[in-house]
Each structure stands twice: as C-alpha cells, then as structure tokens.
Design a protein around this ligand. Structure first.
Ligand SMILES: Cc1ncc(C[n+]2csc(CCOP(=O)(O)OP(=O)(O)O)c2C)c(N)n1
Ligand SMILES: [Mg+2]
Length: 203
C-alpha cells in the first residue's frame, strides 16, 4: 500500500515529464484526494482478484491496485494515461465519459452468474455520476444485487464547467451517499488544470 507522500511523488514525476514535453498525449492529475483514495482501498480491502475500473484520471487507482510503478510510468510515457488498461492486474479504464460504467456492470454480472466472490470497484467523477448512464448502471446494480461498488469523486467540475450550476442542483444526486454500493467523496482539484500539468505542451 502506498502512502500519501509516495502517491504525490509519483504524480509530481508525471507532471515533470509532461511539462518537459516527454508525454505526447493528455495526462489528468489529481492532487488533494490521496488520503481519501488510500482509505477506500484499505476499507474495502481491494484484492488482486477484484477489478478496478476508472476514467482518464486513474494513475492512483493503478498504483493502489498493484500495477508496478515502472510499468505504469512506461504506459503514461507512451501516451496511454487517458485510458490505462492492465488486464493482468484487473485494471480497466476508459477515456470516454461513462464509457467504463456499463462494462463494469457487465463484469459484475459475469462474476455473479459464475458464483464468484470477487468484486468490481468502479470510479467516476461528479459530472459522470449525473449522467443517465450512471443512474441506470447504479439502479441496475442495486436492484440485481451485483458485486460492484461505485466511487464518486467530486471535484465540482467537468473540465471547466460547474456541475451543480449545469444541473441547477445544489446537492448532487449521490452527494454524501455512503452505503453498500456507493462511496462519495469531495476533493479540490486546484493544483492542476483538468488536463496537463500547467505548461502548455504542443503534441
Ligand atoms: C463522451 C465524452 N464526452 C466528453 C468528453 C470530454 N471530457 C473528458 S473528461 C470530462 C469531464 C467529466 O467530468 P467528471 O465526470 O466530473 O470527471 P473529472 O474529470 O472531473 O474527474 C469531459 C467532458 C469525453 N471524454 N467523453
Ligand atoms: Mg469532476
């Protein structure tokens, strides 16, 4: 298990590579959510057999799931940060907003049908959680009691758009919902822009 400092060190390294024009594709960094994401992996005791699914912002999930640091770094340097997939480590991510959700539900359904004991952990941002696709996937998973847990990471925005202003909704649908199927947490993405690491890099 990584410490907060180790996660930040990895992210700083990626930011340095990006700002040095060594990565010729977008990177999406976190900042400020390290303690909360470590706690999720600890609390749920996420194991090798479990699946972790995420979005364009998924390097912390990869590290915490057990993807070796060097392997992850190489994938990011090769420009694959936006959709990191490591089948052998049971990590699957998609750069398409909501792209991963139905796949995560399908994998959970497969586990249930085969009588498996492992589980799917599916991460999504606040704007993703307000889409129709998220509502359907969460409803289906709850009603069919699938072995899946959704984690909603709320930084208040979708790129530069305020999620609450978009929907004219002060409290998001899953805000503060913490139960068998959902973990919701808030963090401030202040240090980095939505994509990149602060210095404009021409691909
Ligand atoms: C189908 C689709 N539409 C638009 C985009 C562009 N896009 C990439 S990330 C993103 C923001 C989504 O916001 P949120 O779910 O809150 O995630 P965050 O980036 O804040 O973690 C958008 C609109 C995309 N990747 N896919
Ligand atoms: Mg967001």
């Amino acid at each position: 298990m990584y410490t907060k400092e180790e996660l930040i060190e990895f992210e700083n390294e990626v930011a340095h590579y990006f700002n040095s024009a060594m990565i010729k594709a977008p990177v999406h960094l976190y900042d400020d959510n390290e303690e909360q994401i470590i706690e999720i992996f600890k609390k749920h005791n996420i194991q090798k057999e479990d699946w972790v699914m995420g979005s364009w912002r998924s390097h912390y999930q990869c590290l915490l799931k057990g993807v070796p640091k060097e392997e992850l770094k190489m994938a990011i340097l090769e420009g694959r940060s936006i959709s990191l997939c490591f089948k052998e480590h049971r990590v699957f991510c998609s750069g398409i907003v909501t792209g991963v959700l139905s796949i995560a539900v399908g994998v959970a359904l497969g586990i249930k049908r085969k009588g498996g004991t492992n589980k799917v952990y599916c991460f999504m941002g606040d704007m993703t959680s307000e889409t129709g696709m998220a509502h359907e996937c969460i409803k289906y998973s709850r009603n069919h009691r699938l072995p899946i847990h959704f984690i909603i990471e709320d930084n208040g925005k979708s790129v530069c758009t305020d999620t609450r202003a978009t929907w004219n909704q002060e409290v998001l649908t899953y805000e503060n919902v913490n139960d068998e199927y959902i973990t919701y947490y808030k963090y401030n993405l202040d240090k980095y822009p939505h994509a990149g690491a602060g210095i404009r890099v021409q691909f």
